[in-house]
Ligand binder design. Structure first.
Ligand code: ADP
Ligand code: MG
Length: 717
């Protein structure tokens, strides 16, 4: 029977190692040595799972059908946006990843940018796992294995070659360039309905005595605990790879098996997981020239279509089958959730997939997830769920560790004992001197053995679970003790607090009664205040009424003064007119007087002239008539005196007229003065009255102010 998985290498790989030793003459096995390149910090904090997103282009059919595209990739910003239309509103959801590859990305770019560094780490001695996760038809297999092209010119890989052939190619290239001594083995298995199928097993069973499974192409294989917390697949075929070109032979072998199954089992590939593992042993020399074997492993996992999660257990008849099919995928999701949320129990044991890849999820393995999506609107729901899932997985932390190097001598010892065992088997078979038992008994014993191993396995699991439970319980007990100690402290503190609170309450009660009495006082004061306020308001009303009356009085007074002003104005104009008339009359009088004076003078002159002429005429006569002249002289003298009297009389007349006028003017002026006096007296009386009422108001206001002051004093007290 063959043995598979890690850590002990199979006989076939020994063979290969031997061949390698001869092939690469210079044994500078330590290529890429130094091993642990991981920074110290990684070990304690862990490294996040790397999540890469790849969106495939529209297929020809989709392009022909004008399928709307709802995904846009921003490779530079490492973001993917999904456009959703809900109730006529466009909603963009953006997700960030460690790397984003858009529809136009090439297989080569994805490998060189994201996978090549991982391959280097495998060669450093790490275990690395790459998952492809996504809806069926989004390019998981395309990304992992590649398109259909198998042959390309001159040994080059075809452009659509996927991660698996490129990784193998790179491993060979690097190790050959380093002239390292190495061997590479691959295994390829499929997990369907919680059953493992070896995709590399030869078609016909080697030992016809073994019970033949119903499906002739498939040999169910058990998953075994290796006793160190890991699992290995018992009886898994390991194929040694000698050159990169062989990889397609192996892939085709596996895919062929899968493909036959596909037709038989109704699109099985969308519901099955495939795990392609590459194990590399590299020889290294230590400083003491000891030969060590460095081991690196790369797992490439093509998961079942993610749509199987949501549709699990949906249909009646096939519900159980569906449940089984999706158990692994569902458990993977639960494991991721538990790891992300750091909940205590991680359900690795619930499915074979998570048992096989336990170390890739939160363990010592470096893990990368390639999430694949379609840009089409018809896949949007599934795409969003893939984006959510992948985004969540970003938070898983692993603690990568380099695999322990094995002494070459130890490896060789292991291998020798393996060879011995096999030799004995061959010998027994050839010589037919082994133990022969009836076939039925053999079958029975085999069945028993199988049952026993299963039981042992189960017991081991139980024991582990119990141990875990014990540890958990102990932790719980410790936690409870801590809690109770804390609670005790808290209780003490609370009691102290209670005492304090009681004191405070007492103080508060005292304060409360004080406050009550002050409130009563305040209430009394307020009552008084309200009363005084009322009386004040009454007072104010009265005052207002009085003030209104006073205002009416004042306005009456003003109108009286106005009227008086008008009368005074009338009087003034009258006096003015009278004065102007008087001056006119005086002027006229003056003129008549002056004219009469002039006339008198004229008369006088005339009379003088007449007298002169008379005198002169009489003079001549006088000469002759002297006597008569004497007489005449006397006559003339009397005549002159009479004339003088007349003149005096006229003079007297004019003087009396003047005096009369003066007396008249004087009487007018005195009348006016009297009139002015009367008016002034009236105004004085009015002013006196006004002053009287104002002083009365003043007194009242003073009285009011005094009252206010008293009220204020009362308030203050
Ligand atoms: P899955 O394995 O996820 O179900 P496949 O890998 O079978 O999907 O891809 C479905 C189809 O889409 C295949 O015909 C494949 O060639 C094509 N395809 C997927 N991804 C790409 C890509 N990035 N570029 C070109 N064709 C692709
Ligand atoms: Mg596929």
């Amino acid at each position: 029977e063959k043995r598979g998985g890690t850590p002990s290498p199979s006989p076939r790989s020994t063979e290969k190692s031997g061949k390698d030793l001869t092939r690469s003459g210079d044994a500078n096995g330590g290529a890429g040595a130094g091993g642990n390149a991981t920074p110290k910090g990684d070990k304690e904090k862990g490294v996040n799972v790397q999540v890469i997103l790849r969106c495939r282009p529209l297929s020809d059919d989709e392009t022909k059908g004008n399928t709307p595209v709802v995904i846009s990739c921003n490779e530079r910003r490492r973001e993917v946006a999904a456009t959703q239309v809900i109730a006529n509103k466009q909603i963009d959801r953006t997700f960030a990843f460690d790397k984003v590859f858009g529809p136009s990305s090439k297989q080569k770019d994805l490998f060189e940018q994201s996978i090549s560094p991982i391959v280097h780490e495998v060669l450093e001695g790490y275990n690395c796992t790459i998952f492809a996760y996504g809806q069926t038809g989004t390019g998981k297999t395309y990304t992992m294995e590649g398109g259909g092209t198998r042959k390309a010119k001159s040994g080059e890989l075809p452009t659509d070659a996927g991660v698996i052939p490129r990784s193998v190619r790179q491993i060979f290239d690097i190790l050959e360039a380093q002239c390292a001594e190495y061997s590479m083995k691959v295994t390829f298995l499929e997990l369907y309905n919680e059953e493992i199928t070896d995709l590399l097993a030869p078609d016909e069973p080697r030992f016809p005595v073994l019970p033949v499974p119903e499906d002739k192409n498939k040999k169910p294989i058990a998953l075994m605990e290796d006793g160190k917390g890991g699992v290995f697949v018992r009886g898994l075929e390991e194929e040694v790879v000698y050159s990169a070109g062989e990889i397609y032979k192996i892939l085709d072998k596996g895919s062929a098996k899968r493909r036959t199954a596909e037709t038989l089992l109704n699109k099985q590939s969308s519901r099955s997981h495939s795990i392609f593992s590459i194990t590399i042993h590299i020889k290294e020399l230590t400083h003491e020239s000891e030969e060590m074997i460095k081991i690196g492993k790369l797992n490439l996992v093509d998961l079942a279509g993610s749509e199987n999660i949501s549709r699990s257990g949906a249909r009646d008849g096939r519900a159980r089958e569906a449940g089984e099919i999706n158990k692994s995928l569902l458990t993977l999701g639960r494991v991721i959730n538990a790891l992300v949320e750091h909940s205590g129990h991680v359900p690795y044991r619930d499915s074979k997939l998570t048992r096989l890849l336990r170390d890739s999820l939160g363990g010592k393995t470096k893990t990368c997830i390639i999430a694949t999506i379609s840009p089409s609107v018809y896949c949007l729901e599934e795409t969003l769920s893939t984006l959510d899932y992948a985004h969540r997985a970003k938070n898983i932390r692993n603690k990568p560790e380099v695999n322990q190097k094995m002494m070459k001598s130890a490896v060789i010892k292991d291998l020798y004992s393996e060879i011995d065992r096999l030799k004995q088997e061959v010998f027994a078979a050839r010589e037919k001197n082994g133990i022969y038992i009836p076939r039925e008994r053999y079958l029975q014993e085999e069945a028993e053995k199988k049952a026993m191993t299963e039981k042992i396995e189960k017991l081991g699991v139980d024991l582990e679970a119990r141990d875990k439970q014990l540890v958990e319980l102990k932790e719980l007990y410790d936690a409870q003790m801590l809690l109770s100690a804390e609670l005790g402290e808290k209780l003490e503190k609370t009691q102290k607090d209670l005492e304090d609170t009681r004191h405070a309450l007492h103080d508060l009660e005292e304060k409360y009664s004080e406050a009550k009495s002050t409130i009563k006082e305040k209430e009394f004061v307020i009552f008084n205040l309200q009363n005084s306020e009322k009386s004040l308001v009454d007072c104010a009303y009265n005052l207002r009424a009085e003030l209104e009356n006073a205002a009416a009085d004042v306005s009456g007074l003003f109108s009286k003064i106005e009227r008086k002003d008008k009368i005074e104005d009338g009087n003034r104009s009258l006096v003015q007119r009278f004065r102007s008339q008087l001056t006119q009359e005086l002027d006229a009088l003056h003129k008549t007087v002056s004219t009469s004076v002039m006339q008198q003078e004229d008369h006088l002159k005339e009379m003088e002239d007449d007298m002169q002429s008379f005198v002169s005429s009489k003079d001549e006569a006088a000469q002759g008539l002297k006597e008569s002249i004497q007489n005449l002289k006397a006559l003339h003298g009397s005549g002159i005196t009479a004339l003088d009297n007349l003149a005096g009389e006229i003079d007297m007349n004019s003087q009396t007229t003047f005096e009369k006028l003066n007396s008249q003017v004087q009487s007018h002026t005195s009348d006016l003065e009297k009139c002015f006096g009367v008016i002034a007296l009236g105004a004085d009386n009015l002013l006196n009255e006004l002053q009287c009422s104002l002083s009365k108001q003043e007194e009242r206001l003073a009285h009011f102010a005094n009252k206010q002051r008293e009220v204020c004093n009362i308030l203050r007290h």
